[in-house]
Design a protein around this ligand. Structure first.
Ligand SMILES: NC(=O)c1ccc[n+]([C@@H]2O[C@H](COP(=O)([O-])OP(=O)(O)OC[C@H]3O[C@@H](n4cnc5c(N)ncnc54)[C@H](OP(=O)(O)O)[C@@H]3O)[C@@H](O)[C@H]2O)c1
Length: 270
């Protein structure tokens, strides 16, 4: 069931873990696309949905990695699709491939993303533009194509992977990455309100620091270690999560038909 939107003006933006009125979602037998499934959180999420009985489409640019995962899972309920989320035709091809193979699309996890640690005064505009393309335009294109597919079968769920950095200012991270994650959350809130009557829910998941190659894959020049005053505070933070833990939380969010799951210790789920 879609989340409740109380009035024409709409629902307030949410924080913490928020439930919809009704109805859990059973991933068993559902068709799920996970973008950025060749690594980290996306790979773990694809494996978790597969273990829960879903048909899983693993999408990313690195075909070799995707095919190795699919070979392990078996071809019956897993499909590798090469798609760059910044390319509209490839995103459309990803949705078409899911429909051709499994006949429907129920859930799309917009997880593909890159990092960028650069201060606002010196961030390279070309890096910012690339960040925008991958972290915001990518989810938009996938949502648009995914919504068209979900409408054919009466509904579905969009899961957008944001970041706890959108809710807390950590100066040495710079503002570019958190700004676009916050934009993704706002886009998600509006999409949820718009799509509720069509039985399409939008879940936002905000991972905390997670052990993946995300830092090594970040855009821009390697920014070096954080300044000493932040390094000390970072050491005091709770330990990073595993990608598998985040994947289980994504699955819980889907099962509960939630609208938001925040894994950040600073902004824990209610
Ligand atoms: N790790 C953290 O601490 C952390 C914390 C908060 C939020 N997050 C968010 O979690 C998500 C996953 O990150 P991660 O930690 O799992 O990082 P990761 O291990 O670097 O994985 C990123 C994935 O995105 C894919 N990707 C990158 N650019 C792409 C493009 N243009 N088109 C399609 N796929 C693309 C990569 O695959 P290919 O290179 O094969 O395309 C890879 O599968 C991101 O949205 C990130 O912002 C991460």
């Amino acid at each position: 069931m879609p989340p409740k939107t109380d009035s024409f003006i709409g629902s307030p933006r949410t924080q913490g873990e928020v439930t919809c009125d009704d109805a859990s979602v059973d991933p068993q037998g559902k068709t799920v696309i996970v973008t950025g499934a060749s690594s980290g959180i996306g790979e773990a999420a694809a494996r978790a949905f597969f273990a829960a009985g879903s048909n899983v489409v693993l999408a990313a640019r690195n075909r070799v990695k995707l095919e190795a995962i699919v070979a392990e899972l078996g071809q019956d309920r897993a499909l590798a699709v090469t798609a760059d989320v910044t390319n509209r035709d490839q995103v459309a091809g990803m949705i078409d491939a899911a429909l051709a193979r499994f006949g429907r699309l129920d859930i799309i996890v917009n997880n593909a993303g890159v990092g960028l640690r650069a201060p606002i005064d010196t961030v390279d505009p070309a890096d910012f533009e690339r960040l925008f393309q991958v972290n915001l335009m990518g989810p938009l294109l996938a949502m648009q194509a995914g919504i068209r597919a979900m409408r054919k079968t009466g509904g579905g769920m969009i899961v957008n992977i944001s970041s706890g950095t959108s809710r807390i200012v950590v100066p040495f991270l710079g503002g570019a990455y958190p700004a676009l994650k916050r934009a993704l959350e706002i886009m998600s809130d509006y999409a949820r309100a718009q799509l509720a009557p069509e039985n399409i829910n939008v879940l936002v998941v905000l991972p905390y620091l997670t052990t993946t190659p995300f830092g090594a894959n970040a855009l821009g020049q390697a920014p070096g270690p954080p300044p000493p005053e932040f390094a000390a505070r970072l050491r005091d933070l709770p330990p990073a999560h595993t990608a598998e833990f985040v994947a289980e939380k994504i699955l819980e969010g889907v099962r509960g038909n939630l609208t938001e799951v925040s894994l950040s210790p600073q902004y824990p789920s209610r």
